[in-house]
Design a protein. Structure first.
Lengths: 199, 400
């Protein structure tokens, strides 16, 4: 006599055969693994592909930046009397500006925003300063802006990351691109800024 | 009358399956991504309350009939509403939230490898089709893992996939209206015209419907096709969905007029979307017609043997195979013998569908559950004939 008689109902023909308890876990776990692979995979692959290429670039003896592959030094110049080195890849640009000694990153951000007004007309910058922290622990602030390049009429968008070196010198990482293009270079810009070494 | 109460309804799987890990995984993912999704919607609402409300109103007007249409596409065994809602919510909440994160990561890879100019043209085409079709397709897989009984054929996969895609499209549209079209009333109306009026026939509903068909093939044809063949066919359907999505997002065949759009441009936009989307719509329509024909053959095969056993009469089988005739029979019955008779006829037709399900799964026609179902059909027929005016000799769906 089957001991289960009276305690279990016979299976109807339209019911699927129940899986053993152990097997019930396998498929959901596979689903979870696929989700993790698809959601996180891109960031992992990007990390692998973001290895430095070529020697680090030293700017004004204050900060060195390691260009990623595809990025190269496009020139040097000045903004509001402060020297910068320009790295570029296609339409993406990262200007690394060595500023004067400043008290803190927020003060530097205000000063740089003022300097941008001399470069760009119709400048619109975010009021909020977003706190950032570089890989070496240096903290700073970031703001985004949109403006029109004087003379050309081209609209550009950018994000300026302002930090202060251990020696008290302000450094601005100004990544910018034509309007609509920043989203396609800000990953590289963030990576290079994050890995910058301040002296 | 005894027939309505002496037996509980035929088995339909429920969404609530607390003994299944898949159910809990579904819930955890829905709740966790739901918190993110709600926060995002709150931002849109606060930024432009009028446009936000209009977005949801317009999209509800679009989504409701599409949901009903997809529900009705399955001619012979309608899927439980709870499972369809589960598929919809997966698409609307889980798939959209996770896809946004995944697209961001793979977008970085495209930009890293191809550079900004290439990325600007191709990121949407090279990321979203793979990430989003995977995430939405997993929604169909989750519904299957929660309610394996409900996946009987390819059409079931299409129904769950299409509903999942519909949920995804709705939330994605709200995001586009708010972000790409500014979120104001005018922007929302523009976005609605572009993404729903001009493109609504071609988007996620079709992509994920195809992916769902692939899942349906893999899980419902184990007894008739080898694993390799099932996987190849499923991969083919998923491949078509991904390719169609890729083509839609790519700069290829882009006949859109340059912005800003003026009067004539608004007439050109539906043509531009049709060039990219119409071939897929035709492909899916053919696939659905073939799947429905297959279901009709299945119904005929499943119930043919029941004709001699009185589970179904030849005339009833003829009507069951043609949904339009089925509906006509009920209308005729209502005119002839009243609403109660039409209701009993509807119940008889539904239980005969369930009889088909039972006979196709039972190895032996003498299986107690099949016999029980057969008896139920007989008793329903007897009850119907007992209603005055319900049993003419020639028509009305209950010959005999």
């Amino acid at each position: 006599m089957n001991a289960s008689i009276g305690t279990t109902q016979p299976r109807r023909p339209d019911e699927a055969v129940p899986l053993p308890p152990a097997r019930r876990w396998i498929s959901p776990l596979i689903v979870l693994l696929v989700i993790v692979a698809v959601v996180a995979g891109g960031y992992l692959v990007y990390g692998v592909l973001s290895e430095p290429a070529g020697p680090a670039v030293m700017i004004e003896g204050v900060v060195s930046v390691q260009p990623l592959s595809g990025w190269e030094v496009a020139g040097r110049g000045g903004i509001d009397g402060h020297g910068y080195t320009r790295l570029s890849r296609g339409s993406g640009t990262l200007d690394v500006v060595a500023w004067d000694p400043v008290a803190d990153a927020a003060t530097l951000a205000l000063a740089y925003r003022t300097a941008l007004r001399s470069q760009l007309s119709q400048l619109q910058a975010s009021d909020e300063l977003q706190p950032v922290s570089l890989r070496d622990g240096t903290s700073g602030v970031r703001f985004r802006y949109v403006g029109v390049v004087a003379g050309t009429g081209a609209t550009v968008e950018g994000q300026a990351t302002c930090v202060v070196s251990p020696g008290g010198v302000g450094v601005v990482f100004d990544g910018w691109a034509p309007e609509g293009m920043l989203a396609f270079v800000d990953g590289d810009i963030d990576t290079m800024v994050d890995r910058a070494v301040l002296d | 009358m005894a027939i309505a109460t002496r037996r509980r309804p035929f088995h339909h799987a429920r969404f609530l399956q607390p003994r299944l890990p898949a159910f809990w995984l579904y819930l955890v993912l829905l709740v966790s991504t739901g918190l993110v999704a709600v926060a995002q919607q709150a931002v849109f609402r606060d930024a432009a309350p009028g446009g936000f409300a209009l977005s949801w109103l317009l999209l509800a007007i679009y989504a409701l009939p599409v949901f009903v249409l997809v529900y009705l596409l399955d001619l012979y065994e309608r899927e439980p509403i709870s499972l369809m809602v589960a598929a919809f919510l997966w698409g609307a909440v889980v798939a959209t939230t996770l896809s946004a994160i995944g697209n961001g990561g793979w977008g970085l890879v495209v930009a890293r490898v191809g550079g900004p100019e290439f990325a600007a043209r191709w990121t949407a085409a090279l990321t979203a089709p793979f990430v989003e079709e995977t995430m939405k397709g997993l929604g169909v897989v989750m519904v299957y893992l929660i309610a394996r009984d409900e996946f009987d054929d390819v059409m079931d996969g299409f129904v769950y996939g299409a509903v999942c895609g519909l949920g995804f499209a709705i939330v994605e549209d709200v995001v586009y209206f708010a972000v790409a079209f500014g979120g104001g009333i005018g922007g929302v109306l523009q976005g609605f015209f572009l993404r729903v009026v001009a493109s609504g026939l071609y988007s996620h509903v079709l992509y994920t419907g195809l992916v769902g068909m692939g899942v349906g093939i893999v899980v419902s044809r184990r007894s008739t096709e080898s694993r390799g063949r099932r996987l190849r066919r499923a991969a083919g359907l998923c491949g078509v969905a991904v390719f169609a999505h890729l083509l839609w997002n790519s700069p290829l065949l882009d006949l859109f007029p340059d912005q800003p759009w003026t009067g004539r441009d608004w007439a050109v936009i539906p043509l531009a979307t049709a060039v990219k989307g119409l071939p897929l719509l035709i492909f899916v329509a053919i696939a659905v017609v073939l799947a429905r024909r297959r279901e009709r053959r299945w119904l005929h095969d499943a119930l043919s043997s029941e004709v001699s056993r009185d589970g179904v009469t030849p005339e009833e089988l003829r009507l069951l195979e043609a949904p339009r005739l089925r509906r006509d029979a009920r209308r005729t019955m209502r005119r002839r013998a009243g609403a109660r008779a039409a209701s009993v006829l509807r119940r008889l037709q539904r239980e005969q569908m369930n009889l088909a399900m039972a006979t196709s799964r039972a190895a032996d026609p003498g299986d107690p559950a099949v016999a029980d179902q057969r008896d139920l059909c007989r008793s329903l027929r007897d009850a119907l004939r007992a209603i005055p005016g319900a049993a003419p000799a020639e028509s009305g769906g209950i010959d005999g």
